[in-house]
Structures are given as structure tokens and as C-alpha cells.
Design a protein around this ligand. Sequence first.
Ligand SMILES: *Cc1c(COP(=O)(O)O)cnc(C)c1O
Length: 224
Amino acid sequence: MDIDVAGNIKNILQNLPDGVRLVAISKFHPKEYVEAAYAVGQRIFGESHEQELKEKVGQLPKDIEWHFIGHLQTNKVKYIAPYISMIEAVDSMKLIREIDKQAVKNNRIIDILLELHIAEEETKYGLTLDACRDLLREGEWRSMHHVRICGLMMMASNVPDEAQIRKEMNTAWDFFNEVKHDFFSDAPWFKERSWGMSHDYKIAMQCHSTMIRVGTAIFGPRVY
Ligand SMILES: *Cc1c(COP(=O)(O)O)cnc(C)c1O
């Protein structure tokens, strides 16, 4: 391993404000990298593929909290439902329904975030603000007692323009406050704002993030 994982983690943690947690994104990196981060106290890791996650879960310490950060297909929910700590990128009622169903089977409650699509980049994933409002207004989620909606997740545009990134993150923050007020004012668990990656986590820390998802800045470039 020619990358200083421990040093990188310490560096990020040193500058992490109170109330912001680090999710170390270990996708496409071998388990030794996770172990190096674990050795300096990191306990939350994020993965985006079910198979890879399963392999790591089997080989790594049991007190790791795993977050699923990728696009999750409905037919894969059952594989991660027994152990996943949080599913971050939920963007449809169909997926919420399936997560609830699998959570019931596993006799547990699964924490999720709703993924917003705010960036100007084209992507198939994430809810527009209007679609998210509609999903919440429609209200079926209220009967899903084994899913706990804990907040919002988004990816800002991958651009060099800091002002653009800041604008998108602040849009997400405003929207968080809106839905907190309209739908979750009596839900103390609805408090998470997952935004900020390697290139923009420092901006995210100033834009009301509670969870930064950092891969490359800890583990180096991914080899696909
Ligand atoms: C890969 C990934 C990250 C981490 O990206 P880096 O640029 O390596 O920090 C964060 N969030 C999501 C959703 C990802 O897929």
C-alpha cells in the first residue's frame, strides 16, 4: 500500500467540525485499505456494489457501520437488508417499499436517505425537488414502519466552480429545512445531510453537511 491511509484519515478528522461524520468510501479498494482506516478509529464505510460489500463484510470487523451509497436495484435489497446500517441513495417509492419488506423479514428498522438530483449534470438517479415533495406528500412512506427516513443525500456538480457547488449544496440545505418543517418536524432522526466528496467536502462542511463521503482523498485513485 503506497498511500498513507492513516495519515489521510487523521488529516480529515482533524478538520471535521462537530456534528459532521466521515463516511470513508472504500469501493474498489481492497480490504487492507479498510483495515488501515479502521486501525486509526474509522468505523463508517461506504460501498456501492452489493457483491463487493458482501465480501468485505465477511472479512472485516463486525462493528463497522456500512452505508450503501450507490444506486440500489430493488432485487438487491434482500442481500444487504440483514446488516446494512444506512441506504443513502433512495430515489423511489418502489425502493422504499422493498426496503420495508426486507426490513420486516429481518425484524429490523433500516435507515435511509432520500437522494436529490440538484446538479445540472445529466443523471438517471435522484429525485428532483418536486418529485421528492410529491413522494412525501403522497404519504405511503408513513405506513412503512420498518424504514426510517433520516435525511437527504446529494452529489453536487463535478465542476471547478466553487460558487456553483456552494449554490447546489445550499439549495439542498434549504430543501432540507422545508421538508423537515413540512413532514418531519416530529421526527428527531430526520437530521442527516449527506453531501461532500473528495473534491468538495471542505465546501460541504461550510454548507450544513452532517456526513461527508470521501474516497479518493483517503484511499487514492480507484482502479476499476
Ligand atoms: C464514489 C462516491 C463517493 C466518493 O467519491 P470520491 O471523489 O472518491 O471522494 C461519494 N459519494 C458517492 C455517491 C460515490 O459514488
